[in-house]
Design a protein around this ligand. Structure first.
Ligand code: SF4
Ligand code: SF4
Ligand code: FES
Length: 761
């Protein structure tokens, strides 16, 4: 919480006759907002700061002969400012006339029409006519800038917000301003497509219709849209997000201005663009029962009755230990709470949300906020890169680095190429690399290796230092699932003395014939676990497997009963993000006919089992209390979360890693044709020493062969950040054999096909 400024930090001034006090150093453009006045801006943006390029922000400051730019003039004691008046209006009108010299009269066909700053300011401050007789300069229109963005050069007002975003916020520096004078234009520096995890933000930053999203072009006028504010659940950051609908269809998502605490006003391209799955024809819209090897459609009442019967017979035959449920990481808090409560009321303890590789989501009492993260003096990452797991959180990391923080990655971690990083071999070296004067250190973990996390915490803890911990894992509401009791050893706010099986234990019990029925809510362990072949065999051994899903995933295909579930935008509730913020999620539209939310699905099951459930007020109170009680008694790298000892994965060959990628995977990403171009080409990355030894050049195509199968036709890449002896596979998708080969097992390279035109690393 920011404390009130001391009186000596304040400056008194008058804006448009209104006296006010603001902090020293505040820019007039921001101070003006406090008195509910507006200074028009193009190049200035609260998150990018001033650039002084467009001059539309002119204001009059008493005692100065010329108009000043409000975006780059700090307040001063006794200052008298006028944001209106004849002089100001003349100045702005002139600026607007110049900006419009070459601007096309595109408003009727421009996507920005109705929410365009040029349109708005031209009406508010422009002259309404022009003396210009010369023809306008024409420039390229509908330039394909990359997989997400189209550029209209004629509309650009050269504010350079897009260029500065790419430089200051993302650190990619792909966009540049090319040429000079009236011929200048926005382009990528290399001529390559504009592509990274945050490109869509430039369409919001662009004050005119020069940069537009391919997915939204020509779809609607802003006044025809119906907006709902919610939280993105695609990863554990939980960015606040606006969903815009027209005629019941989600047409776009937009960031939420003012969301400093979570998104910092940004969205990643996954959160922004993965909306095409909502109206995919492949969605399941009716309960499906496996009968004689094929699925037949049945009604919901029959589905609940069959499911309840399976649970009752399992308990009658062998007790509640023969029943299990998985889910929560992709459910709302309310759904996870109700699922855990329903199962526990039957005596079922085999509950877990961990159907992927992540083991732990709650970072313990040292967990920091996202604002804390950007103020860290050093950031240590262990496990996979937060850039792919929690993209917008990684923008905080980049911000901290920009402000001087040291970024230290333990061993072969990935990071954006433009980051100044320091790789170290182990956590002791990471601790040694932190300058002695740094008192606030952030430790970011992917939630996979508890022993490593525990060791890192111990190595980095020091008297006089604040160590803040974060877990950037695989599933959006994993932390909420833990709080709501979807763990085998803990209910919401209490510990279970006689713990049930975790997901690994459930699989082992299933293979020994000890699990009769398992329900999997919104998870695809056959694709996402570390050993897909093992999970597949375990699920096939379960007599009655129930899966709630949107699509026929690898896991759903094995089910006895598949229940069509609502997507994230089709239900309301709350989630807990990785920083512990409890965030509301709001339904923007109803699920398709025949589809229920997971909450209603649990209620239907409970009714069929004649279990009494709490009313909605009690559920709300219970979930709020559970989310607040979350960090108590949990340590970073807590051994209670650790999995079973790893299988023996020794042997000859390279150790296989399957790295996350923001656009790889199954589920909603696999069923969104509009973003297919963002999915990575399946790639195998080698350390330079291994590539040289094996005769692999960047751009070659190779196969990886392991005990479980072959991952064929991979593009070879060399990565300096990878330790020798490892091969990193990027681009996991449905149908890939990668999930049939255990992560961490040994693979060999076969069938090297050299590229005619080698791509340099
Ligand atoms: S493309 Fe848009 S954001 Fe970029 S410089 Fe032009 S007007 Fe500004
Ligand atoms: S960072 Fe995560 S929560 Fe934020 S927009 Fe991207 S996917 Fe959504
Ligand atoms: S907004 Fe002030 S110069 Fe552009």
């Amino acid at each position: 919480m920011s404390s009130a400024p001391a009186t000596s930090d304040l400056v008194s001034l008058t804006i448009d006759g209104v006296p006010l006090q603001v902090r020293k150093g505040t820019l007039l453009v921001e101070a003006t907002k406090m008195v509910k006045q507006e200074i028009p801006v193009y190049c200035y943006h609260t998150k990018l700061g001033p650039a002084g390029l467009c001059r539309v922000c002119l204001v009059e400051v008493e005692g100065t002969p010329k108009l000043q730019i409000g975006c780059n003039t700090p307040v001063a004691e006794g200052m008298v400012v006028r944001t209106r008046g004849e002089n100001v209006e003349k100045g702005r009108a002139m600026v607007l006339e110049l900006l419009l010299v070459n601007h096309p009269l595109d408003c009727p066909i421009c996507d920005k029409g109705g929410e365009c700053d040029l349109q708005d300011y031209a009406i508010a401050y422009g002259r309404g006519s022009s003396d210009l007789a010369d023809p306008k300069t024409s420039k390229p229109k509908a330039v394909d800038l990359g997989p997400t963005i189209v550029l209209d050069e004629e509309r650009c007002v050269v504010c350079q917000r897009c260029v500065r975003f790419d430089d200051l916020i993302v650190g990619e520096r792909q966009l540049v301003l090319k040429d000079r004078g009236h011929r200048n234009m926005i382009a990528t520096a290399t001529g390559d497509p504009y592509r990274h995890n945050f490109t869509g933000n430039v369409t919001e930053l662009c004050p005119v219709g020069a940069l537009t999203s391919k997915t939204y072009r020509f779809k609607s006028r802003p006044w025809d849209l119906r907006r709902t504010e919610t939280s993105c659940t695609q990863c554990s950051v939980g960015c606040r997000m606006n969903i815009d609908l027209r005629h019941g269809n989600v047409l776009r998502t937009m960031s939420v201005e003012g969301d400093d605490a979570v998104s910092d006003w940004w969205l990643c391209d996954r959160g922004r663009y993965n909306i095409g799955y909502i109206d995919s024809p492949e969605r399941i819209k009716q309960p499906l029962l496996r009968r004689d090897g094929t699925f037949v459609q049945i009604g919901w009442d029959d589905a609940f009755a069959l499911w309840a019967k399976a649970i009752r017979s399992a308990i009658d035959a062998g007790g509640p230990e023969r029943v299990a449920a998985i889910g929560g990481g992709r459910l709302t808090n309310e759904e996870a709470y109700l699922l855990a409560r329903t199962m526990r009321s039957l005596g079922v303890k085999n509950l877990d949300w961990r159907a992927g590789r992540q083991r732990q989501a709650t970072p313990g009492s040292s967990g920091g906020t996202l604002l804390d993260l950007e103020r860290a003096g050093a950031i240590v990452t262990i496990g996979e890169s937060p850039a792919e797991l929690a993209p917008v959180m990684d923008l905080r990391v980049r911000k901290a680095v920009r402000h001087g923080a040291r970024l230290i990655r333990v061993a072969a971690q990935e990071a954006p190429p433009s980051m100044p990083f320091q790789d170290v071999a182990d956590v002791a070296a990471a601790a040694a690399a932190i300058p002695a004067n740094v008192t606030r250190v952030a430790l970011i973990w992917d939630g996979v290796d508890n022993a490593l996390a525990h060791a890192a915490f111990a190595a980095l803890s020091r008297e006089g230092r604040t160590l803040l911990t974060y877990i950037a894992g695989e599933q959006g509401n994993a932390r909420g699932a833990e709080a709501m009791g979807m763990l085998p050893f803990a209910g919401p706010g209490y510990h279970v003395a006689d713990a049930g099986h975790d997901f690994d234990g459930i699989c082992d019990a299933a293979l020994s014939g000890k699990i009769e029925t398992l329900a999997i809510f919104g998870a695809n362990p056959v694709l996402n676990s570390a050993d897909g072949a093992h999970v597949r065999a375990a699920l096939q051994a379960i007599p009655f497997l129930v899966v709630t899903e949107l699509f026929m995933t690898e896991t759903a295909k094995l089910a006895s009963l598949v229940l069509p579930a609502a997507g994230a935008f089709e239900k309301s509730g709350s989630m807990v993000n990785l920083a512990g913020d409890v965030l509301p999620t709001s339904a923007a539209l109803a699920p398709p006919d025949g589809v229920l939310g997971d909450f209603e699905i649990v209620v239907g099951l409970a009714r069929a089992l004649e279990i009494e459930l709490p009313d909605s007020d009690e559920i709300e109170r219970a979930t709020i209390a559970a989310a607040a009680a979350l960090p108590v008694g949990i340590a970073f790298g807590d051994e209670r979360f650790a999995g079973a000892a790893k299988k023996d994965l020794s042997g000859e060959g390279l150790r296989l890693h399957v790295l996350h990628h923001a656009f790889a995977g199954g589920g909603t990403l696999a069923h969104d044709e509009r973003i297919a171009a963002l999915q990575p080409e399946p790639t195998a990355a080698f350390a330079a020493a291994d590539a040289d030894r094996l005769g692999i050049r960047a751009g070659d195509r190779i196969d990886l062969v392991g005990a479980g199968g072959t991952i064929g036709d991979l593009l070879a890449e060399r990565r300096d950040t990878l330790a020798p002896g490892n091969v990193a596979f990027v681009g996991l998708r449905s149908g890939s054999a990668a999930n049939e080969i255990a992560v961490g097992s040994r693979v060999r390279v076969e069938n090297i096909r050299h590229s005619d035109v080698p791509v340099e690393a």
